[in-house]
Design a protein around this ligand. Sequence first.
Ligand code: HEM
Length: 585
Amino acid sequence: MTLSVVYGGIVLVALLFVAPKLQALHRNYRAARATGLPIVVFPFDPDSLIHTIFSDPLRPVLRRLLPASLYATFEISTFGWEFRDKSAVHERLGPNFILVSPGLNRFICADPATGQNILARRKDFVHPDISLKAMNFLGKNIITNNDEAWSRQRRIVAPALSERISEEVWKVSAEHASSLTDILLSNGPLTTKTIPGLRAIAINVLTRIAYGHKKPFALPSSTYDPKAELSYVDGICLCTEFLVVAAFAPWRMLRWSVMPTSMQTLGVALQRLPELTKNMLDQVRQSSAMVTSVDSTTHAGPHKGPDPILKTFARLSDEQDDNAAKGDGKTGRSYLTEEEIAGNLFIFTAAGFDTTANTMGYATTLLAAYPKWQEWIQEEIDGVLSRPQNDEEKSLPDYATAFPQLKRCLAVMFETLRLFPPVTTVMRTTTTNQLITTRNSAANSFTLGAPCAVHVNIMALHTSAAIWGPDALDFKPSRWLQPATNNDTREDIITPPRGVFLPWSNGPRTCPGQKMSQVEFVSVMATIFGQCRVDPIPKDDESVQQARQKLLDLTQDSHPVLTLQMSRPEEIHLKWVRRDIGSHL
Ligand code: HEM
């Protein structure tokens, strides 16, 4: 009797737990059916905490145990599947399909026209809560706002990254790349330092442009000391390096003495950043006030180079405060609150760091694996670098002269981003039902019931054989260039059809750092590959060919954290050798 009560209780609890899930699954299935799109049903919520934690470690086990078709369903419920799958699932199911689960339905889109349509409608398809939470912890900012505050911030943030900073980005990137080249060439055994070195360049360029922070190039240190002096830039760099922990773990917990020193140092940074931001802004305001009074008394010439972004933010905010004091109120079109200044300064670093650093890391690894493409860009770089005077080293001409000529370097960036886009899927969510028109035809339109998660599958768009041809998965930078013809000897970058190449996304929320990242990438590649060549280092009895293949395998062993990154970058062993460049000039 007692036993049957216990069993009955267990069954009841199980039913109480399962019944709402089944109900949600049924409701979602009906909503998905109404669209007429292909459907994949997965019986668990892929966004639940349990699934998020356990699905990745379970993958190898389930791959062995489950029949292939069941495993394929499980795979597309896991985080980061887009990179592993490339466009295979869309080849089976079509460009658009819906993953139905007891959580939110997920509309997965790899149709260029539909993707464009979604990204163009920023008010209908908004950023999901999870990205807002992940990026909000140092203050509201352009990424974490969906409403009118976004428009106001975008009007300030996008121009701060415009063409006016290109010359400075070009110069600073070349300076740091040149220092890294010296280190890589002079320290023979430092062969694992390429990827950390490229990361150091990316963070140094960002901190110079955003905060005016001038720092000589140095490889990043891997030691952390929670008791050491901490500057604003150190704190921001730490938060960027450990973004996921910084976003979700409370600083008090990170400071516990049982935590690793890196986490304790991060805890200190999170605790101190509000105060450090305030001090830095006060300093900027004081020095601006001094410069203005000196300028107005001495009529000194204009400041050389663009102001750091921080200064622009502070000035706009102060102008609004002045208007408010005059009674106009802080309601104009161009201002940031103090919290938004802090949030956006951080976002510059967070959004611009990993994306650009990893793109340079993948590109360098691919060039080491494919000597053919390395020589291809070097041929171009040699034609652009200034000829040496006497014994001077060849140097990179200024931005306006060199950048437009280095098309092969830009083609390497595009091809790297095609195969290794930092953001493999752009996520949105809907709160009201949305009519979606595919291939610009009303006959193909359908209504997406809300709420629904929407994923524009960048990885699938970038690797579809139907779009890019049978060699879609090959690294082939020349696909980006219109070949020179008899009449015109200039190579030109091609523009791919609309909606098929979206590493920087598209529409009103497209990445405002697109040009900055291109200028930085080309400057760094031209500086490094102008001076040296790179090869993999074969291990033990490996052949060079095997070592090259290993590099390619390491690039494929990647997973997204916030952006796509290699799982084992420390295994990239490269040998840098100075090129004999005088001979063919
Ligand atoms: C290879 C380099 C880069 C790639 C591939 C990249 C890619 C992206 C992508 C995919 C988005 C999301 C857009 C969306 O939600 O539709 C984005 C947003 C953003 N990126 Fe980049 N990015 C790069 C470099 C940079 C740099 C260097 C900066 C600034 C220093 C930057 C600043 C931003 C900002 C502020 C946003 C938010 C825009 C908004 O929500 O309005 N990015 N980026």
